[in-house]
Design a protein around this ligand. Structure first.
Ligand SMILES: [Fe+2]
Length: 192
């Protein structure tokens, strides 16, 4: 079985979290009534504003900002996300970094023989797509509490779960470009 995720150690986690909160405060996200995935800035700009994040990626060999797409995922309280896989056109793996209110939030992983259904929707003015699955077509593999940084295979059906909380869950999603030799080597070393 392919492992869906692995916890990562990030030494400067608190500095990165504060840097992201300074760049995009929770109040601003609430004012904009943002929800769901949101690609707000170029990675090079985020690296400039949050140097500790750039340092972390440099340490694991990913210093080229073009190798990474960053999204700020802001999930409303009491929300269970769609059961889906992410578009395979850019990334197979994502490094997800909890920013705030991520305790008692979860990711559920599934396996399915169903091809799923392609869904197109809009996020931050851009058309994005996922392949969504029906719960009855899936078998639950594992549940992970998502309060620590982790690398995840987003081609495995998954579903975020903030259903038990009264706060917005704020997570940074760093998608790693496919067919980038370094990125693929990192993923292979993590998952094998
Ligand atoms: Fe996803």
């Amino acid at each position: 079985m392919i492992k869906p995720y692995k916890i990562l150690q990030i030494d400067d986690l608190a500095v990165i979290q504060q840097g992201i909160l300074d760049l995009m405060p929770i109040e601003t996200l609430l004012e904009k009534k943002m929800r769901g995935t949101c690609y707000l800035y170029e990675t090079s700009y985020i690296f400039e504003r949050v140097p500790a994040l750039a340092t972390f990626f440099k340490k694991i060999g990913l210093e080229n900002p073009d190798s990474i797409k960053i999204a700020m995922l802001f999930v409303p309280p009491r929300r269970l996300g769609p059961l889906h896989i992410d578009p395979p056109d850019f990334a197979t793996y994502s490094i997800n970094i909890p920013i705030i209110n991520c305790d008692n939030t979860f990711m559920h992983y599934f396996k399915s023989d169903s091809p799923g259904e392609k869904m197109i929707y809009e996020a931050a003015g851009k058309k994005v797509w996922t392949v969504d699955f029906k719960l009855e077509d899936c078998e639950l593999l594992e549940i992970q509490e998502t309060n620590k940084p982790y690398i995840v295979n987003i081609s495995i059906p998954h579903q975020y779960d903030n259903s038990q909380n009264d706060t917005h869950r704020y997570m940074l999603l760093c998608r790693i470009k496919r067919n980038d030799l370094i990125a693929d080597a990192i993923a292979a070393s993590v998952f094998n």
